[in-house]
Design a protein around this ligand. Structure first.
Ligand SMILES: O=C(O)CC1=CCC(=O)O1
Length: 262
């Protein structure tokens, strides 16, 4: 197990693949940890340097008191990549991870040469919606939002499989402080203007049944970036990399090839 000491927080990360290979970095969503990508990794081409991490307040990373800002989450990622001497990576971010991708690309184009924006947007929901969620969790615990969250995360057929319990467990075992602190970061983020100025190779991916960032919302953000492409994975919700990892990996691998990263 690996941990990077970034001063005011310590970040748990994992490296797989070829340490000398072209870097690819995965950043997961609210309420998940780096296992989100477990089923995609074996489907990636060999020769990549694969990095995953738990953002602050999630997984095995430390959980400083909230609220967090998106700037803080971006800076953590920037520092982690500097710590690991990563330049010119392809950054794959899902949901809040995709917001971190946008913020990092705006700030550190030397670190990011291409982005996969999965189930994300320049702005997700409204401040009121996030504040209501924070209040509900503080009053009744994270379990109180679990059933509604599973409906946003997964399409109906997947919700009938035994695997659903594992994802529900992952959600309810995240620290309440870390989860709500990240909700506050999302509530305060609108990347519409900075993302409009980005020009790097970008692939947008969304699940057709995504209940958190529906296809039109994701398309709107991806369309801000000149030359970007956009794909819909049918029959999946907010976490298509978990629900249909084969289809997710096929799109990702095509993108890596097109931009000459593999
Ligand atoms: O609403 C959810 O749980 C899905 C989600 C929104 C932002 C994020 O990272 O996950």
């Amino acid at each position: 197990m690996k941990i990077a000491d970034l001063g005011d927080t310590r970040i748990h990360y994992r490296e797989d693949g070829d340490p000398q290979g072209a870097p690819i970095v995965f950043s997961n969503s609210l309420g998940t940890d780096l296992r989100l990508w477990d089923d995609v990794l074996p489907l990636l081409p060999s020769g990549l340097r694969i990095i995953r991490y738990d953002k602050r307040g999630h997984g095995l990373s430390s959980c400083p008191p909230g609220p967090y800002s998106m700037g803080k989450l971006v800076t953590d990622t920037e520092r982690l990549l500097d710590h690991l001497n990563v330049r010119d990576c392809v950054f794959v971010g899902l949901s809040i991870g995709g917001m971190i991708a946008q913020g990092l690309a705006v700030k550190r184009l030397d670190q990011v040469r291409g982005m996969v924006l999965s189930n994300t947007a320049a702005k997700i929901g409204t401040a009121e919606m996030w504040n209501d969620r924070i209040a509900a969790i503080k009053a009744d615990g994270i379990e109180s939002i679990a059933d509604g969250t599973m409906e946003r995360w997964f399409a109906k057929p997947f919700r009938a499989t035994p695997e659903l319990e594992l994802w529900r467990n992952m959600l309810i075992r995240q620290p309440v402080e870390g989860y709500t602190a990240c909700c506050a970061a999302i509530a305060g983020t609108d990347f519409y203007t900075p993302t409009s100025g980005l020009t790097l190779p970008t692939l947008g991916i969304v699940g057709s049944e995504d209940g958190a960032t529906p296809p039109d919302l994701v398309r709107e953000t991806v369309d801000l970036i000149k030359g970007s492409n956009f794909e819909i994975i049918r029959g999946t919700g907010h976490l298509p990399c978990a629900e249909k990892p084969g289809e997710f990996a096929a799109l990702l691998n095509k993108f890596l090839k097109e931009i000459g990263h593999v």
